[in-house]
Design a binder for this molecule. Structure first.
Ligand SMILES: NC(=O)c1ccc[n+]([C@@H]2O[C@H](COP(=O)([O-])OP(=O)(O)OC[C@H]3O[C@@H](n4cnc5c(N)ncnc54)[C@H](O)[C@@H]3O)[C@@H](O)[C@H]2O)c1
Length: 303
């Protein structure tokens, strides 16, 4: 199976690419390396193309090459990116470019949407509830979902939209301040500091381990029908609880330092309703928060 992975040098993309080692898959990666890092790709043997997906001429580059599936993960992922127009332009133009290419090639398209599209909407979040994007990043994902829905109605190609919730795990270290809270808190605590979280740490997130994401993406790659579904665990965990689990794993007893949240676009709680993912895609997360953090801590401690 020939697969093109955009954003394959990033956190989730590189995890996916490295998990598809099987000789059944021939993988090509496109990444501008804006936030990703070539080091993420380790011993990956396939082709790596350094290009900006929002402008790259895919049809010309791959005039003689067929792809069965395109996994589109390339995106500006820094939610505090300074220029809203640029972020929306690049994310949405990138999606349009990939969508057009998938149609030309008759390839299946699997793409990354986000729980950010739900904003402060009701929780557990269901795929058909009204989107309430709170920032440009979330708006760009909502716009991608809208374009995908139109194509799904037209039944031209199979499209699988995956609304990832809060992903954490190996490979995110290059994201810097955009890496997960679990990574940030681990680093602070390991460095002997108290974990710093927004007042009063009772905000909740549906944290999903990247090893589960590999499985969700694989289900998308193999799906025979179009859908847009949540990819979360179905459980929301507070930041205070995350600190407690990290303390347990690190043998520490650090106290939280609370400070005012400077951003007005943060979600209070995210929690995926997982019914559609289970029923349409056959995906169910295997790692609960304790298991995921335990596995991640042992990776970070042995790095
Ligand atoms: N990590 C999460 O918690 C999370 C949650 C919801 C959705 N997502 C989505 O999952 C996808 C992967 O995110 P990630 O966490 O791996 O972030 P990441 O920043 O590590 O990966 C994004 C990759 O896309 C590349 N990229 C950015 N703009 C590009 C462009 N115009 N052309 C080519 N490459 C470009 C970056 O260099 C990077 O390698 C993104 O679409 C993101 O929006 C992530």
């Amino acid at each position: 199976m020939k697969i093109l992975v955009t954003g394959g040098g990033g956190f989730i993309g590189s995890n996916l690419v490295l998990s598809l080692k099987n000789s059944e898959y021939e993988i090509t990666v496109i990444d501008s390396f804006l936030s990703g890092n070539i080091k993420n790709l380790g011993h990956f043997k396939g082709e790596i193309i350094k290009e900006d997906i929002s402008t790259f001429d895919l049809n010309r580059k791959f005039i003689n090459k067929h792809f069965d599936v395109i996994v589109h993960l390339a995106s500006i992922t820094d939610t505090t990116f300074s220029d809203d127009r640029e972020m929306i332009g690049m994310n949405v133009d990138g999606f349009k470019n990939v969508l057009n290419f998938a149609k030309v090639k008759g390839a299946k398209l699997v793409y990354a949407s986000s729980a950010g599209t739900y904003g402060r909407g009701k929780s557990p979040m269901q795929e058909d509830q009204t989107p309430e994007p709170l920032n440009a990043y979330a708006l760009s994902k909502k716009m991608m979902d809208d374009l995908a829905k139109k194509e799904i109605e037209n039944k031209n190609i199979i499209i699988v939209g995956l609304r990832y919730f809060n992903v954490y795990g190996p490979g995110e270290e290059y994201k810097g301040k955009s890496a997960s809270m679990i990574y940030q808190l681990f680093q602070q605590m390991k460095a002997g500091k108290n974990p710093r979280i927004f007042k009063h740490g009772e905000q909740k997130r549906d944290f999903i381990y990247v090893k589960d994401l590999n499985e969700a993406n694989l289900k998308g790659i193999k799906s025979e029908e179009s859908c847009i579904v949540n990819v979360g665990t179905g459980t929301a965990t507070s930041f205070n609880q995350v600190v407690k689990i990290l303390n347990n794993n690190l043998g520490l007893n650090r106290k939280c330092e609370y400070f005012d949240n400077p951003y007005n676009f943060c979600q209070d709680e995210t929690q995926a309703d997982t019914f559609m993912a289970e029923n349409r895609l056959g995906f169910k997360a295997k790692y609960n928060i304790e298991e995921g953090i335990k596995d991640y801590c042992s990776y970070l401690l042995n790095k």
